[in-house]
Design a protein around this ligand. Structure first.
Ligand code: AMP
Ligand code: MG
Length: 318
């Protein structure tokens, strides 16, 4: 299959209308989209990505009316998030309505919904005329794509079209919040932080920390975000130098707040936001030159730092 890369929303949306998949930009990471109401198209997402069938998709919308087409009921907690944070890098989980295929939700009776904050994406969804089911557009297990070139590298020849947009501003996946319970519960941390949510809710829970090991957001249990290189988290450049001088190995890279001159590749970040923006792209560029070991400097688990540490820890455990 030939993969075309286009900036035309009209061209890309025609593929969706004919039951095909499209790699699409968003402000978080690139997605692999299909018409949510076309079960055969949705099944293709799982085949192309090699995604486990029990990992549900996020459905992307461009209007409030489309949320009503997906959810059984929009709860007061969901209304608050929609009012304050939509469009944006946050996903709400609601009871699904009966027309939604079980393939979209991986058999769950809930559905994850997000309105991306990127003009080309909103125009694309409008042109498709239907909500778009889309997980990240990477092969399962690899870091999420943050540029159209990353999507091309993973899926060239496997999908007919990539809608070309800018590099992803946020760079890590959305915050997922369960809005079916009385207290909103973060199922996956993202760039909208618990403190952001506390500006509109008196109580907010973080699911994985409260319930030892139990998983409610299915995707969070899978190996994720990981480059081929071994990832090690360090507090400081000093700790890294100590490890390297012991092992004697030179084929390593570093990402953090300082430059490491002895590294084959060293990326300086200015803030946790900047770190999140650059991380997955850095992982991919290290794999391209076959770096053996990547050292990542830890960050405070505040604001986007919680989500960043969540991704770094996952990458280091695989
Ligand atoms: P991805 O876009 O590749 O990060 O995948 C979407 C993620 O959204 C999944 O890995 C799940 O963790 C989460 N998700 C999707 N639907 C639901 C749902 N109904 N309940 C909880 N989490 C969900
Ligand atoms: Mg993903």
């Amino acid at each position: 299959m030939k993969t075309i890369v286009t900036s035309s929303v009209k061209t890309a949306s025609a593929f969706i209308r004919s039951g095909e998949l499209v790699g699409m930009p968003t402000e978080t990471v690139y997605g692999l989209g299909a018409n949510v109401f076309d079960e055969d198209a949705v099944k293709k997402i799982f085949e192309v990505k090699n995604r486990p069938a029990d990992n549900p998709l996020i459905v992307h919308v461009s209007s409030y009316e489309q949320i009503e087409q997906l959810a059984d009921r929009i709860t007061p907690n969901a209304e608050k998030i929609i009012k304050n944070f939509f469009p944006g890098p946050i996903t709400i989980v609601l009871q699904k309505n009966e027309v939604i295929s079980n393939f979209v939700t991986a058999g769950l009776d809930t559905i994850a919904i997000r309105m991306p904050n990127l003009e080309i994406t909103a125009k694309f969804i409008d042109a498709c005329g239907v909500p778009i089911a889309a997980p990240s557009a990477n092969i399962s297990g690899l870091p999420s794509p943050t540029s159209w070139q990353h999507v091309y590298n993973d899926l060239n020849g496997k999908i007919p079209c990539i809608l070309k947009g800018p590099k992803c501003k946020v760079g890590i996946e959305s915050t997922v919040v369960d809005c079916t319970s009385s207290v909103p519960t973060i199922l996956r941390p993202g760039s909208i932080s618990i403190d952001d949510l506390r500006t509109i809710f008196s109580r907010v829970k973080i699911f994985p920390k409260l319930q030892n090991g139990e998983v409610k957001s299915p995707g969070t249990k899978y190996k994720h975000y990981s480059p081929k290189a071994k990832v090690t988290l360090v507090e400081s450049k000093k700790e890294l130098i100590k490890i390297i001088s012991k092992s004697g190995k030179k084929n390593f890279a570093f990402i953090g707040f300082e430059k490491v001159f002895s590294a084959r590749k060293s990326k300086i970040v200015k803030s946790s936001n900047d770190y999140a923006h650059k991380l997955f792209s850095f992982f991919r560029s290290c794999d391209e030159i076959e770096i053996e070991r990547i050292f990542c400097q830890k960050v405070e688990e505040e604001g986007i730092g919680l989500a960043l540490m969540n991704r770094l820890q996952k990458a280091s455990h695989s």
